[in-house]
Design a protein around this ligand. Structure first.
Ligand code: FAD
Length: 406
């Protein structure tokens, strides 16, 4: 079978559907395809999303995907000292990705995009040495799809990134391996706070998350940095549930009703995400927060920029790398500095001793961290609190050097 479209989006995750929605809003002719026959399944996500990303992209979080409103988070340091960052109103949600992904695909199609599920892209199509579409296999049939611009929104193992040469492989150290249970009968302390647990023995270069879905149900998972630690992600997760004093307490009667593994690109964005007639977005572009591993919001914002830029380029009949570089410039202007700072902070945190994280948590515990960070007073506060503690003063200087505090 042969098909033709203007804009071809490979992958119907948050990045691909946001691209498709913004492109059809601009009047583009869009085909979005996904190798899954049921998008959003299996869920490989903690399912936490802030309001900011969808707000910037003017994409509504589907009402029926919202499971639980969230107003902040609680960090547990290695010795289980708590630090809260809790706003008075919800600024995010736990969503059901099964519904979330499918509803965004539905939205794109309601607005005019065409969709092809069950289509696995295997090759890029070339004409006169220029990318001109893709080849996919769907229920045993080969499909050739011609397009003016191809968007690779096909996730962490992006076939489009590999085939185009924009990201051949992710280095082991830049991959986060994740394991997650959805559990019931969890003793949840605050239903509207995400919980994060730090520590080299808890989750090296990562954290355990407990994301509440209801009074007694939560996604409990973790990610560990590639090459870090001595156990697998699953072993660390089981260790937390069975042996960590707090994990053991909240999971005393807990039962797993789902188990998933997954991976994340944690090494920051690819150096380059555009070629003639081709753009990468979301996990395929490495647009994932290097500390939290959150990627849905970035994928949505960057996808919506990609959709607009691509339609503009198609309309102007110039889909060259030079024209599409506007996408790269626009998303980097929004997030480039943040990614750079967070990568530096990731390294700092990876190297930090557990005792330093405990000291920092003891200093901040009980403080109004929302107010301290919003008013940029955190540097002054930490300086006063550090007094003559060399370890804390050194950390403060490093944070200042990274322009993370004033
Ligand atoms: C365990 C885990 C927990 C996470 N928790 C959170 C969280 O709580 N909050 C958050 O913001 N982020 C979280 N993330 C990250 C988040 O899931 C991703 O950053 C986000 O889904 C990226 O969106 P995307 O559209 O780029 O890619 P994806 O959501 O991965 O979508 C890619 C799509 O492309 C399709 N595809 C892949 N290859 C092909 C192909 N060859 N042909 C056709 N289709 C293809 C896939 O089927 C998929 O539907 C987590 C990730 C993991 C692994």
């Amino acid at each position: 079978m042969k098909l033709k479209t203007e804009l071809l989006v490979v992958g119907a995750g948050p990045g691909g559907t946001a691209t498709a929605i913004s492109a059809v809003k601009k009047g583009g002719k869009v085909l979005i395809l996904d190798r899954k026959t049921n998008v959003g399944v299996p869920v490989q996500c903690g399912e936490a999303i802030g309001k900011t990303g969808p707000g910037i992209a003017e994409i509504e979080i589907p009402e029926n995907s919202i499971v639980n409103p969230i107003r902040g988070f609680r960090i547990y340091s290695p010795n289980l000292t708590k630090v809260d960052y809790a706003k008075s109103e919800p600024d995010g949600y736990i969503v059901d990705r099964r519904i979330f992904d499918k509803e965004l695909l539905a939205k794109a199609c309601e607005k005019g995009a065409e969709a092809l599920v069950g289509a696995n892209v295997t090759e890029l199509l070339y004409k006169n040495e220029q990318i001109k579409g893709v080849t996919a296999r769907r229920f045993g049939e080969k499909i050739e799809i011609e397009a003016e611009v191809v968007i690779g929104a096909d996730g962490v193992n992006s076939t489009i990134a590999k085939l185009s040469g924009l990201r051949k492989n992710i280095k082991l150290k830049d991959i986060e391996s994740c394991a997650q249970y959805e559990m019931v009968n969890v003793q949840i302390e605050d239903i509207d706070l995400l919980e994060f647990y730090l520590g080299k023995n808890v989750s090296p270069r990562g954290y355990v998350w407990v994301f509440p879905k209801s009074e007694n149900r939560a996604n409990i998972g973790l990610g560990i940095g590639g090459g870090q630690g001595e156990k697998t992600a699953l072993e660390y997760l089981q260790e937390f549930i069975k042996h960590n004093p707090r994990g053991k307490e909240i999971c005393k009667n807990a039962k797993a009703i789902e188990f998933r593994v997954g991976a994340l690109p944690m090494g920051g964005p690819n150096p380059k995400n555009v070629l003639d007639n081709l753009i990468l977005v979301g996990d395929a572009a490495g647009q994932v927060h290097p500390i939290t591993g959150g990627g849905m919001g970035y994928a949505i914002v960057c996808g919506s920029i990609a959709g607009e830029v691509a339609v503009e380029a198609i309309t102007e009949e110039d889909t060259s790398e030079e024209a599409l570089t506007l996408y790269e410039a626009q998303w980097r202007q929004k997030y480039g500095k943040e990614f750079e700072q967070m990568l530096n902070l990731q390294q700092l945190l990876t190297e930090a001793e557990d005792t330093l994280l405990d000291k920092l948590a003891q200093t901040l515990s009980g403080q109004n961290v929302v107010e301290l960070t919003a008013g940029k007073k955190i540097g002054i506060f930490l300086k006063a609190a550090a007094k003559h503690d060399k370890q804390l003063i050194n950390l403060l200087n490093q944070l200042r050097h990274l322009q993370l505090v004033q």
